[in-house]
Design a protein around this ligand. Sequence first.
Ligand code: DGI
Ligand code: FE
Ligand code: FE
Ligand code: FE
Length: 190
Amino acid sequence: AMNREALMQAVQMRMSERRFTHVLGVEETAVALAERFGESPEKASIAALTHDYAKERSDEEFQLAIEQGDYEDKKELIKFGNAIWHGLVGADFVARELGITDEAILNAIRLHTTGAAEMSLLDKIIYVADYIEPGRDFPGVEDARVIAFSDLNQAVAFETKHTLTHLIEAEKPVYPKTIETYNRWVAGMK
Ligand code: DGI
Ligand code: FE
Ligand code: FE
Ligand code: FE
């Protein structure tokens, strides 16, 4: 397996400087959340460094991977775009190209954009760290940062509610998993 330096290099090669700065911000935040809530900082670091690894791949590459791969509800998945594909499908590029085999890490990458009804501690850390990393600047991000270090579940709810609100405001299609996340973590459905 690659050490942190090699992983950083492999990731950096695949993206703009601006996006790589975001990735390093997510890593810093994810490690801090891992220390706060008792997750492995190393797993948090690897998942954070690789979460947007595939974000700059072409639509064609994702479409081919979806056609050839084993994904739940492919007919629905293919209709979305990079926003949904880069984590869910991108995790398989991370596995194949970077040799990461830890399913806990790969799942955190898969879920980092949409969340899920069931999320592990690592899943929540990556989902939330992506939203509150130091480079993020939007109304409410300071509130999200305070909530995150006090109650991670509440931070998942806050982020999900705000993300869904923005999607609806912009009349964007909502991926079914995003709605499942909303039902569980915002509306409190068990
Ligand atoms: O990759 P990042 O920009 O760091 O952040 P991300 O992976 O959390 O989100 C990528 C984009 O996906 C962001 O613009 C919000 C959008 N998104 C999240 N949930 C959904 C979604 N887009 C659509 N169309 N549907 C969703 O359910
Ligand atoms: Fe992302
Ligand atoms: Fe996010
Ligand atoms: Fe990200």
